[in-house]
Design a protein around this ligand. Sequence first.
Ligand code: G6Q
Length: 555
Amino acid sequence: MRTPSLTSTTSFQALENHAVQAEDWEMRDLFAADPQRFERLSCEGAGLFLDYSKNRLDGRTLELLAELARERGVEARRDAMFAGERINNTENRAVLHTALRAPRGSNLIVDGQDVNADVHAVLDRIKTFTDAVRSGEWLGHTGKPITDIVNIGIGGSDLGPKMVVLALRHYAHPRLKMHFVSNVDGHDMDAALSQVDPETTLFIVASKTFTTAETMMNAQTARSWFLERASAQSADSALAKHFVAVSTNLEAIKTFGIDPANMFPFWDWVGGRYSVWSAIGLSVALAVGFGYFSDFLAGAHDMDEHFRTAPLEQNMPAILALVGFWNREFLDAHSVSIAPYHQDLNRFPAYLQQLDMESNGKCVTREGEPVDTPTCPAIWGEPGTNGQHAYFQLLHQGTDVTPIDFIAALRPAHEMEHHHTALLANCFAQSEAFMKGKTIDEVRADLQGQGLSAEEVERLAPHKTFPGNRPSNTILMERLTPSTLGALIALYEHKTFVQGVIWNVNSFDQWGVELGKVLAKKIEAELLGESQPKDGKLSHDSSTNGLIARAKAAF
Ligand code: G6Q
């Protein structure tokens, strides 16, 4: 059955009418009118707290948004996802990253296959392997314990593990240094190889398909680098101590020369950007150990349970999605800035860029019709307080309204309490400043108080005025732990899911990354001189031809 267009739905039209009334709302007034606003517009779940009161909305807005979510079938699609239905309709696949973090014994049979048993069989293998490497029992080909792990992967096979390893650095094994190589740019591989010793390095080739051009080139380079340096013994037995693979493609792994015993499998129902919970998280399990990796999965599972069972009005991922949708559609917010007030989350904005933009950066519906409203905003950000000293200028006084997600832990993982107090003060001050702003009259009063002349006051006042009324969410956790990090990532996964259902796009494919890959192959052959212009005609537009010619001249 065809899904009605978004703008034709009753609940969207009700929201449009409501948005007209809401146009003049000032958050300052909303707070003044309702002393309970913070209590009313905040919620908790899976160890996280969400304050969404600093948005330009009220209780009625939320009711209407929840009605829209129901009319768009969010609950039914959510249940279909958890049940393993093939909701990824352009690739005809189930979407079961939630199954990767379900406890042992959860009952999930899909196409006659016991998914839970499969997942836990691989987790058991991850435990055995990571215990051996971490304890020093797993030895390199010259008998030394492993000291360095190089994860070779890109996109979903890189961003998740790298972000999580950085975020959980306090839980990491002191002997194991983690490296991540993703870029086909040789500088990336060069930087990693220059720091490691072939006798004590373990390479993880992480690729779902085992065909991704960048990863294959990087893996071959690492393999050659290793074999050139490996002490005299058979290549196969040396490789077996230093190369493992995470993939769904057994044949390609064998061809590459990795022992199938060193392959950690996963399944086509795990999307790349949703795969950190699978064996793609092997580098995480190596860094923090299987116990903490299990806590990470358990934290995400807690959020799954919250998402699956809480009514939409108290459902944190649904609320985050609905508030984001409101800001996108009715405040015309073109982008969302992510501001983690935790240095260890410094790759979290990059991670969310892929999660959100690759999932919902679409312009046609699941049925292939053009969408009739804007979809995914651009996602970007840097850790606070660094962002404050850079682009926050635009966020406070620029012409666009950019909603912000502040993310903070109440307790630090260090003992420099005064740093943490200053950090939290900055975080809360920023959301207050975005909400309240500073009126021109307040600025004038300030400047007069400083004894400036009337002329000077008038000259400076417009520059020092803050429009305010700029929306933000604040997400708090007690501490950044494996479990709260798991819950945080799952929160955003489900937020992305809910928005995708409302826009009626397929959040689980990524056809938009394909075209460039195909063209790059052709151009690479031309740069290498393997393919020549036909009939003397250059094969591209004048810009591309000109760039290729310049590169060839420089070779
Ligand atoms: C994510 C995408 C993409 C993918 C990479 C790596 O959802 O599918 O980022 O993860 O292209 O793919 P492989 O793991 O197959 O190398």
